[in-house]
Design a protein around this ligand. Sequence first.
Ligand SMILES: Cc1cc2nc3c(=O)[nH]c(=O)nc-3n(C[C@H](O)[C@H](O)[C@H](O)COP(=O)(O)O)c2cc1C
Length: 217
Amino acid sequence: MKVLGVSGSPIKNSNTDRALKLALESTDLETEFIKLKDYTIAPCQACLGCIKTNRCVIEDDGILLAEKAKEADALIIAGFTPYSSLDARTKAFIERLYPLRHTHGYMAGKPGGAIITCAVPADNEMLPPACDFGVNAIKFYMMEEGMEFVGEVRVNGNVPCIKCGHGDECKMTGIKMLYGPDATVASVGINTFEDQTEAMKAAVKLGKDIAEKLKSK
Ligand SMILES: Cc1cc2nc3c(=O)[nH]c(=O)nc-3n(C[C@H](O)[C@H](O)[C@H](O)COP(=O)(O)O)c2cc1C
């Protein structure tokens, strides 16, 4: 039994990466962690060149990554939400799994899960629900391929303005947009996955639930 975990976060050892690694460890099974930034992967070009061969015509790392997904027994996809949608690397990875669809449904029946880090606080009703958009993009991919969506993890991430060095004086700062007019770099601070008890619990649960599903097959 092998569980593949794929992170679209480009930041080194990011919140997204650490949440994914905790979920993978919690399976107690063989796992592989993939960081998409280390690979070259273009989006699907909708040419349908994969219909007969189940292999993409684009000769980049998408071929290898699709093969890893095909060989894995379960898949956890982790991403973040720039401009309120799933990040481009994670989206490209999902699109490049399209060759596994026809006519065998190679991903069908496999358990899967989603991990999303987003900067919009869950209680901010004025801004787009970025976390929902990210989770749904992964969830609907899994549903459309006949996978069994087992669960999700939502991590509070950091608006880049927290770390850019101009967060308190820049007229474009996202800090006030997200946290209100009185918020500052100091008052908001850095969001860290390990400080988020609910997210940590959700990651452990996702790993354990995926392992349970696999053992009951
Ligand atoms: C260009 C850019 C735009 C972003 N826009 C949003 C956004 O619209 N909504 C949001 O929730 N987070 C947004 N973020 C914040 C990311 O979701 C945040 O950086 C995330 O916590 C990164 O996760 P990581 O620490 O795992 O890499 C943006 C980040 C970048 C770099």
